[in-house]
Design a protein around this ligand. Structure first.
Ligand code: NZQ
Ligand code: ZN
Length: 387
């Protein structure tokens, strides 16, 4: 078992109606708030008005229009400017993972004198940042309970995922009722994203009975509840369990003591959504079964057997490779059954830039160090198989 140094400083406030605690929570951070949100879903569900009503005594500056796969320019740079101009005390992020990731980059950028891109690209490290409070409206990324952020820079086709302890939100409000209106497309993509977060940790050299059980249960929970959320979008119990399972996703708690895995599917998907601005969870679902097939060999097969038997209930008396092949097919079938387009062409990606993207991933994502090492040729083969 590997050693670790672990702490999550985020307070989680979970359940129906928890937003009533917002005034008392915000009070401890100050009066000047930067309210960040996306393209308007929070207005449609009445959350924007509720937040404004609850925080009537505060000075609120707004940054709206944060897009999926949040952009450095505009959005991060605009937010940093607003924080500096208005001497903001705290950021309140209301929306999905994109709004929160953008808010994380703004929070650190606001306390940094240089180009905020330095902090995203590890050229410099934040010494301090503004506190972040979030209200999540979409279950997927786990950004509400992790130190990660993912920011895209259009002109260089970069989509960088980075970690920094300053990125942990101070407080995350998780009310599953706010996710009732998430579209089928985003619900399915969120389910696939969270499943991938678990699988990226599951497929590694050394794990424990404890971690494997936790992750296998997480995967089963996401598959059962993801399907229920699609069938009955206002099923509170399903939305709630889905939300909490997603929240654990990128926090590291699923794999404390396990060996590192290198997160290869995320490394490859970042290029797809950087070059083509596709939905993150869809890109992951497309790549994952092809990646599994590509890395299946005598060394890795044991892990696939455990996955196939414990997650999908495949007969353990079958030949190991038969179990592995069936598990990979079951993964594909699940994603397809929840309505995810399962080919790159379905999401507007053809063969023209696959080589360029494979090169970009090989140079920037370090997948040669993954559990099953991937060089540029491997990455290109996985992309081609995903077409
Ligand atoms: O912009 P609005 O109008 O709010 O609409 C959003 C957006 O169009 C909509 N939406 C959100 N809540 C809704 C809703 N629509 C109806 N009702 C609601 N309650 O959903 C659309 C997608 O939102 P987005 O925030 O982009 O989705 P998600 O939460 O999946 O975030 C994806 C981003 O997170 C990054 C991804 O790469 C991607 O950029 N990730 C962040 C991670 C992290 N910080 O740890 C880890 C992940 O692996 C992931 O990479
Ligand atoms: Zn993800």
């Amino acid at each position: 078992m590997y050693g670790f140094d672990y702490m999550t400083p985020t307070r989680l406030i979970f359940g129906k109606g928890v937003i009533e605690k917002l005034p008392e929570v915000m009070e401890q951070f100050g009066k000047k708030i930067l309210l960040t949100y996306g393209g308007g879903s929070i207005k449609k569900i009445g959350l924007y008005d509720k937040v404004k009503e609850l925080l009537a005594g505060h000075e609120i500056i707004e940054l709206s229009g944060i897009r999926p796969n949040p952009k450095y320019d505009p959005s991060v740079l605009d937010g940093v400017k607003l924080c500096k101009e208005h001497d903001i005390d705290v950021i309140l992020s209301v929306g999905g993972g994109s709004v929160l990731d953008c808010s994380k980059a703004i929070a650190a950028g606001a306390k940094y004198d240089g180009d905020p891109w330095d902090l995203i690209s590890y050229k410099a490290f934040a010494k301090e940042s503004l506190p972040i409070v979030d209200i999540m409206t979409l279950s997927a990324t786990g950004s509400e309970y992790d130190s990660g952020g993912v920011i895209s820079r259009t002109e260089t086709n970069d989509k960088i995922g980075y970690v920094d302890p300053h990125n942990y939100p101070a407080v995350s409000f998780l009310d599953p009722t706010y996710t009732f209106t998430v579209s089928k497309k985003q619900t399915a993509a969120g389910c696939a994203d969270a499943m991938n977060h678990i699988m990226e940790q599951y497929f590694c050299e050394d794990s424990t009975i404890l971690n494997d059980g936790f992750m296998e249960a997480g995967l089963k929970s996401l598959m059962v509840n993801g399907r229920k959320c699609l069938e009955s979008p206002e099923d509170y119990t399903a939305r709630a369990e889905m939300m909490l399972t997603c929240t654990y996703g990128c926090n590291g708690i699923y794999s404390l003591g396990s060996s590192p895995s290198g997160w290869p599917c995320h490394g490859m998907e970042h290029a797809l959504s950087a070059y083509y601005d596709i939905t993150h969870g869809e890109g992951l679902a497309i790549i994952t079964p092809r990646w599994m097939k590509h890395i299946l060999n005598d060394r890795t097969v044991g892990r696939f057997v455990k996955y196939g038997v414990n997650v999908f209930g495949i007969d353990s008396s079958l030949d190991s490779f038969e179990i592995a092949e069936r598990a990979i097919q079951a993964t594909y079938d699940f994603f397809e059954s929840i309505g995810i387009p399962m080919h790159l062409r379905d999401v507007g990606i053809d063969e023209s830039r696959l080589g360029e993207m494979a090169h970009h991933v090989a140079v920037n994502e370090g997948l040669i160090n993954a559990w099953a090492p991937l060089d540029e040729k491997d990455i290109l083969e996985i992309f081609i198989a995903s077409l």
